[in-house]
Unconditional design. Structure first.
Ligand code: PHE
Length: 454
């Protein structure tokens, strides 16, 4: 597709918000705070910041380079830049990975929508019966194992993502990010204030932030690197695809830094919401879905005006999940529009149908298909593990090696400095990181994720 025919984001802020929408997701809210609490509080935070700065930002910039330079999505970018070499195949990893993540991410996004609906109806009816912690757990279990309801919610969130994608880059992806991201920040700030003013909030802040070096070890560093990677949406072609819609004048260095800074801030704020709230009611924090769907509803019901806070929280989650879904959805859609010149609407419909197919099995694997195992894991867990543990780090290593070793440095520098109009003071340092430091560090994450260090 030539420069003239490529749809583009309409504004600098729109481009940043779209990329932030991809990065800020469920990972920031249920994964980051817990990892930080478990791995030594602010000691983890410092390592995480270093990983974002020295690993995340360089890889994101490399993805931006690939996308904007070629004006292609993941597959086309590798093919164009790696002409005559097997590198062309690396882009398929991104499309495959995005598709597989979508399979389970859309199911979880559906769960958040169900909980939003429940909280909102409690808020409107003004009724809230008191439930025991076991009852919350049992209700969550009954919901995710039921064969129909979670699938209907998945269809709904996929339908919303489909709508955003089919309205196009500017009027769909960009506009939805411009509406939803400010809402997300607003909700986050309100929830932060509420949580930190609860009696006993300090105990939670202590768990989240006090450096505890006894919990700190090499595993901490590896967890921080893995988390930074997932949280910044790198390694799956999302940032390549979004950058293919950047204007030539977009300052990509500033964009990568802004996206990383905002993503980290949101993750940090999620910790400021969750721990003070949980500790204030003397409840032990849990990991993953249980934290969000069992522990927190229990916390909310004990707060005055609980339905208000729980509606705000689940709205925040739905927004975070949908904007990330849209970016993954776009990776696969762009593949069909770029490579096969499909129209956006049929491409989005075909991708949506494909995702739904995976998502249905994923959802059923929490219930009726629970006994069907792949390498001892349910379909849901298998997709989660395969994408998080293998495909994302692998995708990241490939980006670094490809851009670091295969691309002429002058071309790389010209693109990242907008032909010299934006200074890049540490370019040599950057190139060194991309060639050596980042691939080695990410390979360590990969080996760690595959449990080779245990
Ligand atoms: N970054 C998103 C999150 O934090 C997840 C994601 C991963 C989105 C990879 C797109 C690509 O939840």
């Amino acid at each position: 597709m030539t420069e003239h025919h490529r749809p583009l984001f309409g504004s600098r802020i729109g481009a940043i918000l779209a990329a932030v929408g991809s990065a800020v997701g469920l990972g920031n809210i249920w994964k980051f705070p817990y990892e930080a609490g478990q791995n030594g509080g602010s000691a983890f935070l410092l390592v995480y910041l270093a990983c974002v700065l020295f690993l995340g930002v360089p890889v994101m910039l490399a993805e931006f380079f690939m996308g904007r330079h070629t004006r292609q999505g993941a597959v086309g970018a590798y093919r164009r830049l790696g002409i005559g070499s097997p590198w062309g195949y690396a882009g398929y990893l991104g499309v495959l990975g995005a598709f597989l993540i979508l399979g389970y991410y859309s199911v979880v996004a559906g769960w958040t929508a169900e909980y939003l609906c429940q909280s909102a109806s409690e808020l409107m009816c003004g009724t809230q019966e008191f439930k025991s912690p076991e009852r919350f757990a049992a209700e969550f279990d009954a919901f995710i194992t039921s064969p129909v309801r979670p699938i209907l919610w998945t269809v709904l969130v996929l339908g919303l993502s489909f709508a955003a994608i089919s309205f196009g880059v500017k009027h769909g992806i960009e506009l939805s990010a411009k509406i939803m991201m400010p809402m997300l920040f607003f909700l986050m700030i309100i929830l932060c204030v509420r949580a930190m003013t609860l009696p006993g909030a300090a105990e939670g802040l202590r768990f989240f932030l006090l450096p505890d070096f006894s919990k700190f070890g090499s595993r901490t560093v590896l967890s921080a690197m893995g988390q930074a990677f997932f949280s910044l949406s790198i390694g799956m072609g999302c940032m390549v695809t979004y950058a293919s819609y950047f204007e030539r004048s977009t300052n990509m260095q500033a964009t990568a830094c802004s996206v990383a800074a905002i993503d980290t801030l949101v993750a940090f704020m999620a910790g400021l919401v969750i721990f003070p709230a949980v500790f204030s009611f003397g409840i032990a924090p849990e990991h993953g879905p249980t934290l969000v769907f069992v522990t927190l509803p229990n916390v909310f019901q004990q707060m005055p005006l609980g339905a208000v806070w729980s509606t705000a929280f689940f709205l925040l989650l739905v927004i975070a999940a949908i904007t990330s879904l849209i970016s993954l959805y776009e990776v696969a859609t762009a593949y069909l529009t770029d490579e096969f010149h499909w129209g956006r609407l049929p491409a989005a419909a075909a991708v949506g149908g494909g995702i739904l197919f995976f998502a249905v099995f994923c959802s059923l694997s929490c219930g009726v298909l629970n006994d069907f195992k792949i390498l001892g894991l349910t379909i849901f867990d298998a997709l989660d593990s395969l994408t998080n543990r293998v495909l994302m780090p692998l995708g990241g290593v490939l980006v670094c090696l490809f851009v670091g070793w295969r691309i002429d440095r002058r071309i790389l520098k010209a693109e990242l400095t907008n032909k010299g109009s934006v200074p890049f003071h540490f370019f040599r340092c950057y190139a060194f990181f991309l060639r050596y430091v980042a691939p080695i560090a990410i390979t360590l994450i990969l080996l760690d994720q595959l449990n080779l260090f245990r």
